[in-house]
Write a protein that binds this ligand. Structure first.
Ligand SMILES: *Cc1c(COP(=O)(O)O)cnc(C)c1O
Length: 235
């Protein structure tokens, strides 16, 4: 798909990003934190490149996508146009997509099992480079959610760092929809602290303030920036 919208800055997207940035800064200050330490990730899954372009033209640079294929189709050319664009993978990664994911993403947030760690480690050796990684923790121990179980998190984090020598720099979680998210954020923050991991990807539209209070460095927000998604499977 060829997009040609050089001067179509969507005022709605711009005002959403501005408003959220202010709310994030205020939440950081209320928590006694430096607002610079909390970043807004614009989650653009299911949204077309023209909307992403609006955010880019406005000056936003941090984005998240769930699927390797969809991200490649939208971001391969945008990354050439905006070399300082940063793209995070926040959806599950299959081992057979590792090579493509490593090529495209600046950060992979969903490392959650030894087989994937092994595949990433192989690709790192082959390429001589690897994106920074976050380990996803299934803090709610939900059967259908990816992420390492909290009881296995400590050993898995150590294994990734020591055995696989992977550049793990943070943790990520998606709390269960009907739970108090603060408990999950606190658990994630505590786990990161034990391992000296600096970054915490946690908090979405409805709960980012609580996440910031508990140490979030990356809040992931889609709908509140780009509007509602057309449901084509997944969430
Ligand atoms: C889609 C998604 C988001 C953003 O959700 P919204 O409801 O659109 O704000 C955040 N994190 C993950 C992992 C997602 O898949």
């Amino acid at each position: 798909m060829v997009e040609n919208n050089q001067n179509t800055l969507d005022p709605n997207i711009v005002s959403k990003i501005l408003g959220l940035s202010e709310e994030i800064s205020a939440a950081a200050e209320a928590a006694g934190r430096d607002p610079e330490d909390v970043r807004l990730m614009a989650v653009s899954k299911f949204h077309p490149a023209v909307k992403i372009r609006s955010a880019l033209e406005f000056g936003h640079r941090l984005f998240g996508e769930n699927r390797v294929q969809e991200a490649a189709s939208k971001y391969s050319s945008l990354k050439l146009e905006y070399p300082d664009l940063r793209l995070h993978l926040i959806g599950p990664l299959q081992t057979n997509k590792v090579r493509e994911a490593v090529k495209l993403f600046d950060v992979i947030e969903t490392l959650d099992r030894p087989r994937l760690a092994e595949a990433l480690s192989k690709e790192k050796k082959r390429k001589g480079a690897c994106p920074n990684l976050f380990i996803q923790v299934n803090t709610g121990e939900e059967e259908k959610k990816s992420g390492v179980m909290p009881g296995n998190a400590d050993s898995f984090i150590s294994q990734c760092l020591e055995e696989f020598k992977l550049p793990v720099i943070g943790l990520m979680c998606i709390p269960p929809v009907n739970d108090e998210p603060a408990l999950h954020f606190a658990l994630l923050a505590e786990t990161a602290r034990r391992h000296g991991l600096k970054y915490l990807s946690m908090g979405m539209s409805s709960d980012f303030k609580s996440a910031i209070m508990l140490g979030a460095t990356h809040v992931r927000i889609g709908t509140s920036i780009f509007g509602s998604r057309v449901a084509i499977g997944g969430s």
